[in-house]
Structure formats: C-alpha cells, structure tokens
Write a protein that binds this ligand. Structure first.
Ligand SMILES: *C/C=C(C)/C=C\C=C(C)\C=C\C1=C(C)CCCC1(C)C
Ligand SMILES: *[C@@H]1O[C@H](CO)[C@@H](O)[C@H](O)[C@H]1NC(C)=O
Ligand SMILES: *[C@@H]1O[C@H](CO)[C@@H](O)[C@H](O)[C@H]1NC(C)=O
Length: 342
C-alpha cells in the first residue's frame, strides 16, 4: 500500500511504520518537518495581508469611477469579489490549520475551506469564459449595442455563480467529498479514492469535463477568433487593449491552476500509486496565490484603471468618503470619472 485510507482522509504514506494518524486529530509532522508547516502558515498570512488590500482597493476604484462602468469592468468586479470571498472566508482556516499541522476544525472546517476555495475559483474561471465570449462578440460585430453587452454580462455574472455552485455544492451533499490533501492542511475534492458509495469517480469526471475542459475549450475558440482581427483597425483601440487584457488574465489563471489540476488528474487516474504529498501541497498552495493575479495584471496593463487608482489615492486622506465636489474642480478633465457611488 502506498497510502493510508481512513473514513474521512487519505494520507499518501504507508502505515507500515505505524506513525500515520488521522489528520483530523493529530499533527502531521511525520509528513514534513514542523518548519514546513510554519512556512505555509507565514505564506498564507502574506497572501491574506497582501490579497485583501489590493483586491479591496481594485473593487472600490472600479465601483467608484463612472467611466469604468463598462462590461469588462463588471467582470473584473465579479472576479475581485470572488477573490475576496476566498481570502476572507477560506484562507484564515487554511492558515490556522497549517499553524497546528492538522485539521483542527475537523470535517466541518475541511468542508468550509474546500467549498469556498472551489466556489471562488470557479467564479473566476467562468468569469473568464463570459469575458472571452463578450470580447469575441464585440470584436466580431463592431458597433454592437452597449446596452445589449451590459445585459449579456450581467446575465453572464449570474451564470458564473450558478456554474460555481454546481461544482462546489455537490461534495457537501454526498456526491464526492472534501478531503484534506497534500500535507493535510488544506482541503480539495477526493481524487484519492473511488468510494462508490458517494459516486466519486463520476464527480471527478464531471468536474474535469464541465468545469475545466469545457470552459477551456470555449475560451480557446473565442480567443482563436480574436486572433484573426488582432490588427484590424476597424476595431476601437480601447477594445483591442481590452482583448489583450482578457488574454493575459486568462493565461494567468491557467498558469496558476493547471499544475494543480494535472496532479489531481494524475492521482485520480493512477489510484493507489505512490505520489509525494509535497507535489500536491506545492501546486495547491501555488494555485492559492491566484487570488493576487487579476488585480495585479489589471494594474499593470490597464492605463485607465491605473489612472483612476491614482486619482482615488491622491484625492485626500479618505477617498472613500466621497469628496465629490473637490475632485470635480481639481480634476476637471476627468471629473466625470470620479463620482462616488450612489
Ligand atoms: C487550497 C485548496 C485547494 C487548491 C482546493 C481545491 C480545489 C479544487 C478542487 C479545484 C478544482 C478546480 C478548479 C476550481 C478550477 C480549475 C480546475 C479544477 C477542476 C482543478
Ligand atoms: C497506523 O498504525 C498504527 C500502529 O499499528 C495504528 O495505531 C494507527 O491507528 C494506524 N493509523 C491509521 C491512520 O490507521
Ligand atoms: C505503489 O506505487 C507503485 C509506484 O507508483 C506502484 O507500482 C504500485 O502498484 C503501488 N502499490 C499499490 C498497492 O497500489
């Protein structure tokens, strides 16, 4: 045996030596030295510390500035909200778990952490799908009505939440399950056992098909069509910049998530074979840092957003108090852009 299976865990280490213990009850210091767990704790702490302000700031700036109320930014708002959800709700659990070296919160904590991580990530993934389709629509049919695009994106955002729920909820209701993985201080879905009583195999196949392959295919088809018109001058410069932003954001997402998805798929298709808990932990914690990439990419690539951020920052001590009058006179050329939300 290459692993030790329990009722609610699977540890990728043989219990021949008798040291393996349930990750819901005992520290897992036989999998890695305690300093590795401390390192993970500090890493999570930094993700929370950096992730909250940059996502929150991006969210505030996008909501506050009227000239950022275009469909592309609606999607950005959806993505930053999803990131915040993951950082605020699920990361503190992960950090606390790593601090103790095992799942101190038990199966409930595991469900909680797994659910919110998968849910937030799926919202981001489906947001990128909606974005790709929207980009395709705008670029292939220039002059399409902005109100139509808005309605499309608003419906699309509803759709992202629906799709996210259809991936994150089933493991809570006995179609597969959330289970500690890697060094046993974060939770993912069960790639490790077949568990026919919870139809694990069908769920993993469903998850990889509907929640990875299909979105990836739709995105590829849309971006494939964008390639043909990349230098078409009939298309507004702003729209072409937005296309570029969409492509880079999507690449960012897959750079963070494909290593984890590949390991999960490998473990699933090679049931019972030996794999390193480090490989799982390394890729899953790398994937967790994806909560930082979308605002960072936008700040780097999007001049308009950057400008709005600078305006917000320079407005005074408390830009969120909405000092509208002053900003209107001081930044006359951009005055229409700095109206506080109603
Ligand atoms: C730290 C916790 C992690 C990484 C939790 C689990 C994540 C999943 C079960 C992820 C599933 C997938 C998502 C959300 C999007 C890309 C494809 C996927 C199926 C690997
Ligand atoms: C591993 O083996 C030891 C000694 O036989 C036993 O006490 C322990 O419960 C086993 N661990 C698991 C998780 O089954
Ligand atoms: C343990 O892993 C090795 C290498 O991955 C594999 O060849 C072997 O069949 C596995 N043993 C069991 C019991 O699955």
């Amino acid at each position: 045996m290459n692993g030790t299976e329990g009722p609610d865990f699977y540890i990728p280490m043989s219990n021949a030596t008798g040291v393996v213990r349930s990750p819901h009850e005992y520290p897992q210091y036989y999998l890695a030295e305690p300093w590795v767990f401390s390192f993970i704790t500090i890493y999570m702490f930094f993700l929370i510390l950096i992730g909250i302000p940059i996502n929150f700031f991006t969210l505030c700036v996008t909501v506050m500035h009227k000239n950022l109320r275009t469909p592309v930014y609606y999607i950005l708002v959806n993505m930053t909200m999803a990131d915040l959800l993951v950082i605020v709700v699920s990361f503190p659990f992960t950090m606390h778990t790593a601090m103790h070296g095992y799942f101190v919160h038990g199966q409930v904590g595991c469900n909680f952490e797994g659910f919110f991580t998968v849910h937030g990530t799926q919202i981001s993934l489906w947001s990128l799908v909606v974005l790709a389709v929207e980009r395709c629509m705008v670029s292939c049919r220039p002059g399409i009505d902005i109100r139509y695009r808005r309605r499309f994106v608003v419906k699309g955002i509803g759709f992202t939440w629906l799709m996210a729920f259809s991936c994150s909820l089933p493991p809570l209701f006995e179609w597969s399950r959330y289970i500690p993985e890697g060094l046993q201080c974060s939770c993912g879905v069960d790639y490790y056992t077949l568990k026919p009583d919870i139809f694990n195999e069908s769920f993993i196949n469903y998850m990889f098909t509907v929640h990875l392959i299909i979105p990836l295919t739709v995105i590829s088809v849309c971006f494939g069509r964008l390639l043909c018109i990349v230098n078409n001058d009939a298309i507004d410069k702003h729209e072409r910049d937005a296309n570029c932003l969409a492509v880079v954001m999507t690449m960012g997402f897959f750079i963070f998530w494909l290593p984890y998805a590949s390991i999960g798929w490998h473990v699933f298709t090679n049931q019972g074979s030996a794999f390193s808990p480090f490989a799982m932990t390394l890729t899953s914690f790398f994937a967790k840092s994806s909560v930082l990439y979308s605002p960072l990419i936008c700040v780097c690539l999007d001049k308009q957003l950057r400008q709005c951020m600078i305006i917000t920052l320079c407005q005074g001590k408390n830009p969120f108090a909405g000092d509208v009058g002053a900003s209107k006179t001081e930044y006359s050329s951009l005055s229409s852009s700095s109206v506080a939300p109603a």
